[in-house]
Design a protein around this ligand. Structure first.
Ligand code: NAP
Length: 250
């Protein structure tokens, strides 16, 4: 299905997005002459638009994704979703199998504990909520969808930072609606301003959200670090450049 474009083959690419890397990939691949569509789940009202075509909303599981791939003559599927978006990543693996299309997953390396950092490692949101000591004043940087796991901790105080405010949050919570990237200095000021005793974070990896981890380490504030969900095996690169190298190598 690919057609020749002088030196390289033009691919019809579907990028499963919702991350800064996905937008970077779209920009480079469009500039390279590929036909690129980015897919977003539609979680935020005002997403940053990637270059190329944009499709918003779910596909209807792996089967729906495989159908969409076939209907649109997709020749390459790139999963550049957030490391905690486990369902769509599993659907991508299944849909690639069903449709016979190559899948490359961009999987940024997880963060490792910085020198001096104190981490309390947990594997899910419920354990993260349980890990906070009574009286903690926690900064939640876990997005909007899973804050309910902390609603039962009336003995703690919460500041939650999200791109868009959650529909439901206890009245006494402080909600900060802000989009990164953030600086270490800015994050240190935030932690100090709110008297934060614990940061709660997913181990997202990458540079965009890392500053809070370094700021917490610098101030001796412990981080409740939620480990990544397991994903089914796939061809994987750990950076935008790695994905591009794999595409260009074939
Ligand atoms: P998820 O739990 O893995 O996926 C739930 C369902 O949402 C999927 O089954 C799929 O619906 C739909 N979906 C997810 N990502 C999609 C995409 N890029 N394009 C089209 N449909 C998508 O996903 P999630 O954790 O809610 O994340 C949703 C989006 O937010 C992703 O794009 C992800 O990159 C971004 N994001 C997530 C996080 C996080 O912490 N989870 C953080 C930052 C950004 P169907 O089955 O109907 O196709």
């Amino acid at each position: 299905m690919s057609k020749s474009n002088g030196e390289q083959r033009v691919q019809r690419i579907l990028i499963l997005g919702g991350t800064g890397e996905a937008r970077r990939l779209a920009r480079v691949l469009v500039a390279d002459g590929h036909e690129v569509t980015s897919a977003l789940a539609g979680r935020t009202q005002a997403p940053i638009r990637p270059e190329g075509a944009l499709r918003i909303g779910g596909f209807g599981g792996a089967e729906g994704l495989a159908d969409w791939i076939a209907d649109h003559g997709i020749t390459l599927l790139i999963d550049a979703t957030h490391p905690f978006a486990a369902r769509i990543s599993a659907n991508a693996v299944e849909a690639a199998k069903r449709s016979g299309v190559r899948l490359i997953r961009l999987e940024r390396p997880a963060w490792t504990r910085p020198d001096g950092g104190k981490w309390i490692k947990v594997t899910n949101m419920e354990d993260a909520a349980a890990a906070l000591p009574s009286g903690a004043r926690a900064l939640l940087t876990i997005g909007r969808q899973e804050v309910a796991a902390f609603f039962g901790r009336g003995d703690c105080r919460f500041v939650t930072r999200v791109i868009e405010a959650p529909e439901t949050a206890p009245e006494e919570w402080t909600v900060i609606a802000e989009r990164g990237p953030f600086t270490v200095e800015g994050e240190m000021a935030l932690l100090q301003r709110h008297g934060i005793t614990h940061v709660v974070s997913k181990n997202a990896g990458g540079d965009q959200a890392r500053a809070k981890i370094d700021a917490a380490a610098a101030l001796g504030v412990p981080v409740v670090m939620i480990g990544r969900p397991a994903l089914p095996e796939a061809e994987t690169a750990d950076s935008v450049e790695g994905v591009l190298a794999r595409i260009n190598a074939v």
